[in-house]
Design a protein around this ligand. Structure first.
Ligand code: ARG
Length: 459
């Protein structure tokens, strides 16, 4: 029909299913504010280039102010079948408010191809900045708890088998380190997202001599996307943001998995606050860690959206193809998933109760077998030999049913004459963790150093 943007050429009506299949308005309307900001910057540049008079520019600017107020207040009426996407909807409404003659000049030399890329980059930049602040909040809680709860000693695991004693703070900081790298990566991603495609046209650039730098500056972009063809066709910025989100959720799901295990009755090292757990409709005693399970589960969803978009863009021919419209929904959902997840994780961590007595009760003297080997190393025995001797002590303990920390000096001496009286001092978990005082280890001083490194990234 004549309301259609390309109505001049197409005379037959569209298949009604094709109309809804093609339209993006019901999801890209989330980008209304970015679309309007981009259009105002566009109009200003056109005014400066002599294409719009000052009066025309002012009409466009104030007209868009009204359109934005309608969206803000929820009174904007989408016309089904006419408003194909947010760009056509905003322009249609602008024309109704300020008249089609002026409204129709706005799109001079502009393509929706550069428009949609601009809107998405602006939206994503702002959302990623919010996510950055949520990451900082999460890491602040991690650093604060690590500092306050440094006294608690728990079993550290490999293969989910008790391995060596560690500080609870050291466990928290192990994830803190991963999330801190995520934070660094996020800051880099934001700087690549925050580049302007405006002025790229449909693909070949702008022929009215628009000042691309000025438009970019007005919109808060840090620079330009140089090649116009790349600028309209690239969805690398979405893919990269989702790769980032996938990595972050990967860490989040492992963090959640540890806490799910630690909150089970068999471990009971931690207890989730009621605000982040649910009960069972059948079993009255149950308190389930749903928040953590959702963090773990949503990681799969976030990863799927990333993989889906990579499949969508692979093999596309140069510049704009409608397939690219398929980048919007995964982006919107992925970003919400990641953003909500980080905030939930912060809530979980800041309200989590720890049970240091349970942690302590789970420590096993066998976890000090390595310390026993290290004891002889310090007496000059080669490690390969001490490992074997310590293994014999473990075997003695198992065979006689004597816990290793209850074996006598005589028992040890019977296994190797080089064991002195002071061997009994090995069986102190505090002494064990404090021996790991090299940088990055689980000794108090090394853990506090890690807290400082983490804090310095959060300023
Ligand atoms: N709704 C479209 C999208 O999201 C806008 C760009 C349309 N461009 C085009 N040449 N049909 O990709």
């Amino acid at each position: 029909g004549e309301n259609m943007l390309w109505g001049g050429r197409f005379t037959g009506g569209l298949d009604p299913l094709m109309v809804s299949y093609n339209e993006s308005i019901y999801f890209d309307c989330k980008l209304y504010a970015q679309d309007i900001a981009g259009s105002v910057a566009w109009a200003r540049a056109n005014h400066k280039a002599g294409i719009l008079t000052v009066a025309e520019f002012s009409a466009i600017e104030s007209g868009f102010k009204e359109v934005k107020e309608e969206w803000d207040s929820g009174s904007f009426k989408i016309i089904s079948g006419v408003d194909e996407d947010i760009h056509t909807a905003n322009e249609r409404r602008l024309g109704e408010i300020i008249g089609k003659d002026i409204g129709g000049k706005l799109h001079t030399g502009r393509s929706r191809n550069e428009q949609v890329a601009t809107d998405m980059r602006l939206w994503l930049r702002d959302e990623l900045r919010k996510i950055e602040s949520y990451m900082v909040d999460f890491l602040k809680v991690t650093a604060a708890r690590a500092e306050q709860e440094i006294d608690h000693i728990m079993p550290g695991y490999t293969h989910l088998q008790r391995a060596q004693p560690i500080r609870w703070s050291h466990w928290m900081l192990s994830y803190g380190t991963a999330f801190a790298s995520d934070l660094e990566r996020l800051r880099e991603v934001i700087s690549r997202v925050n580049l302007s495609p405006l002025g790229a046209g449909a693909l070949a650039g702008n022929c009215f001599g628009l000042d691309r730098e000025a438009m970019a500056k007005e919109l808060g972009f840090e620079g330009l996307l140089w090649n116009s063809m790349a600028a309209v066709s690239s969805r690398d910025f979405v893919v990269e943001a989702m790769q980032w989100g996938s990595m972050c959720m990967l860490h989040m799901s492992r963090w959640a998995e540890d806490l799910i295990i630690y909150s089970s009755g068999e471990f009971a090292y931690v207890r989730l606050a009621d605000a982040y757990s649910t009960g069972s409709s059948l079993m009255p005693q149950k308190k389930n860690p749903d928040s953590l399970e959702l963090l773990r589960g949503k990681a799969g969803r976030a990863f799927g959206q990333m993989a889906g978009l990579m499949m969508t863009v692979k093999g596309l021919p140069s510049t704009y193809n409608k397939d690219l419209q398929e980048s919007l929904e995964p982006m919107l959902d992925h970003v919400k998933t990641v953003s909500d997840s980080i905030q939930i994780a912060t809530g979980v961590l800041s309200t989590l109760a720890v049970n240091p007595a349970k942690m302590k009760a789970s420590l096993d003297p066998f976890m000090l077998a390595t310390d026993l080997a290290d004891y002889l190393v310090k007496k000059g025995v080669p490690f390969r030999e001490t490992h074997h001797i310590s293994g014999q002590c473990v075997a003695f303990s198992e065979k006689t049913g004597t816990p290793m920390n209850e074996m006598t000096h005589g028992d040890f001496k019977g296994i190797d004459a080089r064991f002195g009286e002071d061997v009994l001092k090995c069986f102190d978990y505090e002494v064990s963790v404090e021996q790991h005082s090299a940088q990055g280890g689980t000794a108090r001083k090394s853990v506090l150093e890690q807290v400082e490194v983490l804090k310095s990234m959060l300023a």
